[in-house]
Design a protein around this ligand. Sequence first.
Ligand SMILES: [Zn+2]
Length: 323
Amino acid sequence: MHNKTETMTVHKIPLPTPFLVGDINVYVIKGDQVVLVDTGPDTKEAETALINGLNNLSLKVEDVDVLLLTHHHPDHIGLAYLFAETALTAGHAKLKPWLEKDEAHYQRFNEFFRAFLLENGMERKWIEAIENQREKYKKFTKPTALEMELEEKESDVPGLPGWGVMETPGHAQTHLSFYRKEDGVMVAGDHLIAHISSNAIVEAPYNEHEPRPETLIQYRNSLEKCSWVTKVLAGHGVDIQNPSKLISERLSAQEAKARMFLEKMNGEKMTVFDLTKKIYPEMYKKQPDLTFSETIGHLDLLRKSNQIAAVKSNGMYVYEQIL
Ligand SMILES: [Zn+2]
């Protein structure tokens, strides 16, 4: 039988973003069908670059048959609406409220964070700053429907015979990566990036009564799941030729960082936000959400290895070293 995967070529199109991370790479995979992975943010500049990039491959927007989305961040999904009429839009089930811009979902998310950040020592003005930032990010996505929900499976990826879907939560709860079984090439969104370590961003639970996901622990498991991959086509920056080496470097760097956090606690009792301010004395003002995520993630690691414990007193969680 003719092996369709042999004829499929993967093309990278870098698109500008207004975010610190810089350009985002979207990928076009041409076989019997045309598949696009991710879209860029909803800006005029990204839209023009995407259309030009497709044109360079002799394609128009309406030639894309399947749009696969790696995760819900606006630089990855913002322009998905361009393909609503002509392509099948597929992604993780949890992507739905983000892609459809469900107001009730945003409200639940904000309510969770207001309480959660307060009980972890963050002052209201920083919580408001985070909410304002989230409002701004929302503007880079135009709403559209998620038509197909994908979960982890080794086959039947729409438009991609011979490919599989892997759930890779950690950086985002909605994160999926797509791999070609024949040669182990993976289109991995923000799961693994060569020039920056992906932040395991804290998110609210998606269902009531669920605990908050421990995103750094999840992320580490998702990294380990990919150690067999031969090449990563990343959402930002260059291709990663030897992912297993980078994966083990990232895992040891997290362990070293957790030890550094423990040393900085210096035997004192602290909230997550106290420690965030101590470790990132300037950066926390610009990126209160990301620095907080970084701190709580590494505290989760220390708690799992029984080096620290969290005690709730006066409505706040206070962390303490176990001696
Ligand atoms: Zn992202």
